[in-house]
Design a binder for this molecule. Structure first.
Ligand code: AMP
Length: 303
């Protein structure tokens, strides 16, 4: 596996690939790669001729030093996992140090107003500014034709889409579906920190989303509007008796990420988003109601 650790070397590598006529796909990650990340890499490989995977645990998007310190790191394991995909296109791992990415305290930051006000933005001050800044910087370094982001971090996806549109960045943003464990739990690097008991509680997050999709289906079957308060109540009820500290259960407009009370439809989709802490580990999940594919994927992955 090709590993590059400096910005200059990565730029040279991409320039050479481009000169040879290759299109560049990019998958930014914080490492500790799991099947969720690997699915995004596979998707990028079907859409481009060289794939750059960045592995960088970005300190500026962590609001808690303990969370940053506990974040799993396993670069060798990540490279093994990428190599085992056996992709037909070259994969370049870009793994810069913190000093390489932030040689000085940046005076320039990127903040996407309003999209980061609710959900994770409300509970993690500064998080989305850290994300938007590092994503902008990575897109500037890699200069890919397309970049793949996971729906698992739905608010992040929206922040990235918007910053790319507002700043006219010449990159296509592709959304990859959420990959789940057998019991429906969304795959996450943080799942490694869950013990067996926590693991059972954690699965309630996706069951809560399942309940909201079923409530939406029921409303449609009965010829009623799909109301955010009804689907929210269905999700909240599942989480009520679980040993999990709920951070939020919210229904937001899928474009603005603002809480909504408008009936949900394919033209006005809404995201049911949940977050909770189990055994000191913060987990998030979501489903997009009004997006038939996302609803169907959630139902088929949960029971
Ligand atoms: P992270 O390493 O957690 O920063 O995630 C890197 C990328 O992988 C982001 O675009 C995430 O949304 C995506 N991702 C993380 N978990 C999953 C998952 N279970 N399914 C799909 N994409 C994911």
């Amino acid at each position: 596996m090709e590993r590059i650790t400096t910005i200059a070397a990565l730029r040279d590598r991409v320039a050479a690939a481009r000169a040879a006529g290759a299109t560049i796909g990019f998958v930014p990650t914080m490492g500790a790669l799991h099947d969720g990340h690997l699915a995004l890499v596979r998707l990028a490989a079907t859409l481009s001729e060289v794939v750059v995977v960045s592995v960088f645990v970005n300190p500026s998007q962590f609001d808690r030093p303990d969370d940053l310190a506990a974040y799993p790191r396993d670069l060798d394991g990540d490279e093994t996992a990428l190599a085992s995909l056996g992709l037909r296109v070259p994969v370049v791992v870009f793994a810069p140090s913190v000093e390489e990415m932030y040689p000085r305290a940046p005076l320039t930051t990127v903040s996407v107003a309003t999209l980061g006000e609710h959900l994770c933005g409300a509970s993690r001050p500064g998080h989305f500014e850290g994300v938007a800044t590092v994503v902008t910087k990575l897109l500037s370094i890699v200069a890919p034709d397309l970049a793949v982001f996971g729906r698992k971090d739905r608010q992040q996806l929206q922040v990235v889409r918007r910053l790319v549109a507002d700043l006219e960045l010449p990159v296509e943003i592709v959304a990859g579906p959420t990959q789940r464990e057998d019991d429906g739990l969304a795959r996450s690097s943080r799942n490694r920190r869950l013990d067996a008991e926590d693991r059972i509680a954690a699965a309630a997050l996706s069951r809560a989303l399942r309940a909201s999709v079923l409530a939406a289906e029921r409303a449609r079957d009965e010829g009623r509007e799909v109301l955010p308060r009804e689907v929210r109540a269905a999700a909240a009820a599942v989480l009520a008796d679980v040993p999990l500290v709920v951070d939020y259960v919210e229904v937001v407009d899928a474009a603005t990420m603002q809480p909504t009370s408008a009936p949900v439809s394919e033209t006005t989709p809404a995201v049911v988003a949940v977050a909770g802490e189990v055994g000191g580990v913060r987990l998030i999940d979501n489903v997009e109601l009004g997006d038939p594919e996302d609803e169907a994927r959630l139902l088929s992955a949960t029971s």
